[in-house]
Design a protein around this ligand. Sequence first.
Ligand code: OGA
Ligand code: MN
Length: 286
Amino acid sequence: MPDTMNIRRISAACGAEVSGIDLTRAPSPGQVDVLQRALGENGILLFRDVGLTPEQHIAFSRNFGPLEAHVIGDFALPGHPEIFVVSNVKEDGKLKGAVYAGQYWHSDLSYMQKPSMGSLLLCHEMPEIGGDTMFANMFMAYETLSEPMKRFIGGLSAVHDYSHAYDTYFAHLKERPPLTAEARARTPPVEHPMVRAHPVTGRKALYVNPGFTKGIVGMPPEESRPILDLLFRHSVRPEFIYRHKWRVNDMIFWDNRSVTHYALADYDFSVRRHMHRTTIAGEATH
Ligand code: OGA
Ligand code: MN
């Protein structure tokens, strides 16, 4: 295929569609640079009709950095620890991946000391109706705060903890039992600045999310809770959101440093929804 990569914005909030690149072949260093910049500027990149095998999905993802294996090994594709399976599909009575994953606003792996830089989610099976994913632009969320609020949170760090999701969103779901002692030991609470400058553009993004952010460093809950609730509410104003209706073989590469995402649970759970995700390692935040 000739080198005619095209990048076109798909919403006012965030996102661009990339066409004219064959993801089954190794991209040139120039193409990788263009994609990295486009990701930094647009927050999410959509590729249509990709049809990648797990090996090809992994190989393409590796152009953007080393890959992470999820802390819960049961969610991996057998033989491919780099692929995190998001699925409601059962085989022989056993779920094939993480069920109810991401049905709350979050940024992948913000609960790690080095959170993920980006994730590439590939749609294999999708209900006809429902099962969209929403993405919220955290640059816009930060920029639309008042100057006093920007100054205030600019000096603060927040506590992120994977078990927060299990204590809240997953608390009543038998398919998502509490973390094992081993998983817990690998995910102690961590601290990240509440505002992060993006390495590609220098633009500042709000970096808190209701899925994993459970407090503000140095504050008791009665102070931090209302501040976090205000920021969570503000950060998902409709004009910051791109909502994606999946087609089979769509792949979205999102930037965990500048967008949060939310999987809608509005579909018939007897219909298969099956996705593969690779997760690119990121840098320490301070
Ligand atoms: C994820 C996730 C969203 C979805 O894979 O990180 O949050 O729509 N999934 O399945
Ligand atoms: Mn996610």
